[in-house]
Design a protein around this ligand. Structure first.
Ligand code: ADP
Ligand code: MG
Length: 807
């Protein structure tokens, strides 16, 4: 070991290394000898960061020992903790095929390399491979983005300028010609009507040689009038003879997405050839389902998805292919759910009616109907031996915490332990304080006691997070292991190797989307029995999406805000009104309120993000609010400094909190009534809504001020929608539609399925797939029937791709 290896590893260096590892596909090749040493060194620098916490969740054998999928998920978590950029949304590579002595193209059939197609050499094959198209099957399953309607065959004398039309004509003459500054092709053609027309191709001189005089061709495109004559410019074209199966003209013609240098018409040419293999496609859906739902068989569906006769036929083909994707997905999530439920008996956790009522009566408010319903669902589940996996969804401020706390109380009343895990230290702290408040305790020492009157024993809380002093950490770990802590809150630190629980019964994970599958599994491993799991999220997720992503979870939704809450008044202030926005903010502060100022999003890294936040803070302090107290929080502050700043804001010592997006979730300061968001156009709707949820928690009217220098048209639409509605579900739906699921979920795309045809927002089709999946599994729980062989294979492929998820 050289001394260089011993040097402290900075966040920046680790970030670089891990990003390289990601680019290289999680092969453990980013540094010589593997990542484990650098990870150990980083942690050994006794780092009190969230990243170190996440690293400590690795199993003993290290990163090296993780299967690839788990590496991916885990690494994204660390990168997120380091403030790195989310991975670009990328399709998972196609499963690699085994190399055996070369069989003939015939034997390979669908698995034959694309080079069996006429015109694909090794060079083009490499270009295709770069887009995960390696075999004939891959090409068959590369579906067009859209179709051009060239079905309208007309004679030249009847062409209508501006319309998509096809003509069949004889080549009169064709020659290379300079068109503009570059060589192109000019041709004259004539059809049965005896009319000639001019056809030109810019930048394609080679077409001149391909157009044999006196041969027949089909030409398709939009006609333009040039020099008073109808002209085709760069039309699609192909030779024609009687009985030809047209690829590019004369019908609904598929338009593919360009792949690097491979142009759509080139892809079309080869997709058309590949269709000769379509008859080899094995059927994947059971006959019974196809008949009942009136679906095409797979071969017809694939053929028609490329070359439909009508748009109606195209829609039917796509629906069938979408189900092909959605049904295995639903079966997979249902299987995962069944496996989890069958993984053992959980400890039944029960609370008697009296204690429960006394707890609810102790709250300074009555529960809303939605809270009562969610609570009943939660307590029902906890009382069973089947391990719960439930998602608790509710908009910011809907009151999830008191519901969750009732679950914690239930675990303790049954004599077991519970954990509540948050994605950041700020949030973990807040949970801790909320619990202390709800159960009434005094905040002292690592283990805190509460004596709620309705419980015949004390409730003992502890917090575990990376930034704690080593001695405190050790003391808490010991207390947890000895059963001297009833409720542990904290960050990833809770699921590190050194932590073991005496008798864990219930686990709450806040903000699911920040937690990888591996972390969930690690949490589960903390108990000899399966643990009841509750996942909480304040990001409203449309039903179609959670059925797919969290299909293995039951869902409770708190879709009602506590009464008397006034909707936050939201307004987009154009740049010229910036000063007035500041005046508005100041006026609120003079009335005794407080304000958040969120800094614009800087994509590159948390380091730059922090820098820009510091600058904004300095500017506001010096130039705008020099007479007020300002605090600053960003991701690069130590836990202690962040804490102190938050505390000064919460207590009212500071009137303005300048912050990066770290206050996104969960921060609760009821006296804050203004949320000013700089660079609002840079944030997605769901995130803006999260910010806005930080205010409007008290009795006062609250305001959200959106500032944006030069929003794009689309951004303006988003800002308008923010002004219009306070409905988180509506905003989430709009956000998804505008940005797509990949962007919507940011770093968690590793959980998003790779869909070619199906639309994750198509709630009806997803529900249909769900119902059919349930039906299939009820009849044939292990998919062993011959008619389910195709489905079983698709499901197996899904599990292969996400091998870490099947626990
Ligand atoms: P969430 O976690 O869903 O964003 P919280 O549980 O933090 O929301 O609750 C937000 C605020 O509303 C807290 O101050 C909480 O005490 C309060 N609250 C919760 N439920 C109710 C209710 N039924 N009536 C009035 N206030 C409530
Ligand atoms: Mg909360």
């Amino acid at each position: 070991m050289t001394s260089a290896h011993q040097a402290t590893i900075t966040d920046e260096r680790l970030l670089k290394v891990l990003e390289l590892e990601r680019r290289r596909g999680f092969q453990d090749t980013a540094v010589a000898g593997g990542l484990d040493r650098i990870l150990q060194n980083y942690v050994a620098g006794s780092r009190d960061s969230l990243a170190a916490d996440v690293i400590r969740t690795l199993p003993e054998a290290g990163y090296r020992a993780l299967p690839k999928h788990e590496r991916n998920v885990w690494l994204e978590d660390v990168l997120h903790a380091l403030g790195g950029r989310p991975a670009p949304v990328r399709k998972p590579p196609a499963p690699r095929r085994e190399r055996t002595p070369k069989p003939s193209a015939q034997e390979l059939g669908l698995d034959a390399p694309v080079t069996v197609l006429k015109g694909i050499g090794t060079r083009l094959a490499a270009d295709f491979a770069a887009h995960n198209v390696r075999t004939v099957r891959d090409l068959l399953l590369t579906f067009p983005r859209t179709h051009s309607d060239f079905s309208n065959l007309v004679s030249i004398d009847a062409l209508t300028p501006g319309e998509d039309e096809t003509v069949r004509a004889t080549v009169w003459s064709a020659h290379e010609k300079r068109l503009g500054r570059r060589p192109g092709t000019e041709a004259t053609v004539m059809d049965d009507s005896g009319t000639t027309m001019r056809v030109i191709w810019f930048n394609q001189p080679w077409v001149a040689k391909q157009l044999k005089p006196n041969s027949q061709v089909m030409l398709a495109g939009k006609v333009r009038i040039r020099d008073g004559r109808p002209t085709f410019e760069n039309p699609q074209w192909e030779p024609w003879k009687e009985g030809a199966d047209l690829a590019h003209t004369g019908r609904l013609v598929p338009v593919y997405s360009q792949m690097g240098d491979i142009k759509p018409p080139t892809i079309r040419k080869f997709a058309h050839q590949a269709l000769d293999y379509a008859d080899m496609l094995p059927e994947t859906l059971p006959e019974e389902i196809r008949r009942r739902l009136g679906l095409m068989d797979i071969r017809e569906a694939v053929r028609k998805a490329h070359y439909p006769d009508t748009f109606e036929e195209l829609a039917r083909a796509r629906r069938r292919l979408a189900l092909d994707e959605l049904l295995p997905l639903q079966i997979a999530v249902l299987l995962r759910r069944r496996a989890w439920q069958a993984s053992g008996t959980a400890r039944p956790l029960r609370i008697d009616e009296q204690t429960k009522s006394a707890y609810i009566d102790s709250l300074p408010f009555a529960l809303t109907g939605a809270q009562e319903k969610a609570l009943a669902e939660l307590l029902d589940d906890l009382a069973r031996e089947i391990p719960m996996s439930r998602l608790l969804q509710g908009d910011v401020g809907s009151g999830k915490t008191v519901v969750a706390a009732a679950g914690l109380l239930t675990a303790v009343a049954s004599g077991h332990q519970a954990v509540m895990m948050a994605p950041t230290e700020v949030l973990a702290d807040q949970h801790f304080r909320t619990l202390i408040e709800v159960f009434g305790a005094t905040d002292e020492g690592p283990v805190v006691e509460a004596h709620p009157p309705y419980l015949d024993r004390p409730l003992r809380f502890a917090m575990l997070k990376g930034s704690m002093k080593a001695a405190d950490k050790a003391a808490v770990q010991e207390a947890i292991a000895a059963g001297d802590v009833d409720i542990a809150t904290g960050t990833h630190a809770l699921i590190q190797d050194g932590v073991s629980f005496a008798s864990l019964g219930f686990a709450i994970v806040d903000e699911q989307h920040r937690f990888g599958v591996l972390q969930r599994a690690a949490l589960r491993d903390k108990s000899d029995h399966p643990v009841h799991m509750l996942v909480m999220t304040a990001t409203p997720i449309p039903r179609s999406l959670y059925l797919t992503l969290y299909g293995d979870l039951d869902v409770s939704v708190i879709d009602e805000l506590p009464p008397g809450r006034k909707p936050v008044t939201t307004r987009w202030w154009p740049p010229e009104e910036r000063d007035r926005a500041y005046e508005f903010l100041r006026a609120e502060i003079e009335r005794g309120r407080q304000a958040f100022v969120i800094c614009p999003l800087v994509e590159e890294s948390e380091v730059l993000q922090a820098k820009s936040a510091v600058q904004e803070y300095e500017r506001l302090k010096a130039e705008v609010f020099s007479d007020l107290e300002l605090e600053l929080v960003h991701g690069r502050l130590s836990g202690k400094d962040k804490d102190a700043a938050m505390q000064r804001f919460k207590s009212g010592e500071a009137q303005i909190l300048v912050s990066t997006s770290v206050v996104e979730v969960g921060i609760d300061v009821p006296n804050a009534s203004v949320m000013m968001i700089e660079g609002a156009d840079r944030f997605g709707l769901s995130q803006l809504h999260q910010f806005r949820g930080r205010v409007g928690r008290g009795a006062e009217q609250s305001y959200c001020l959106l500032l944006s220098e030069d929003p794009s048209f689309e951004a303006q639409q988003r800002l308008r929608l923010m002004e219009e509605t306070n409905d988180g579900f509506r905003l989430a739906q709009a956000d998804l539609e505008m940005r797509g699921p990949g962007e919507f979920f940011g770093t968690m795309q590793s959980g998003l399925p790779d869909l070619r045809v199906a639309d994750l927002l198509d709630a009806r089709l997803i529900q249909l797939a769900r119902d059919e999946a349930t039906h299939v599994l009820d009849e044939d729980p292990d998919l062993s029937r011959p008619e389910h062989a195709g489905l079983a294979q698709s499901v197996a492929r899904l599990f292969e791709r996400t091998s870490g998820e099947q626990h």
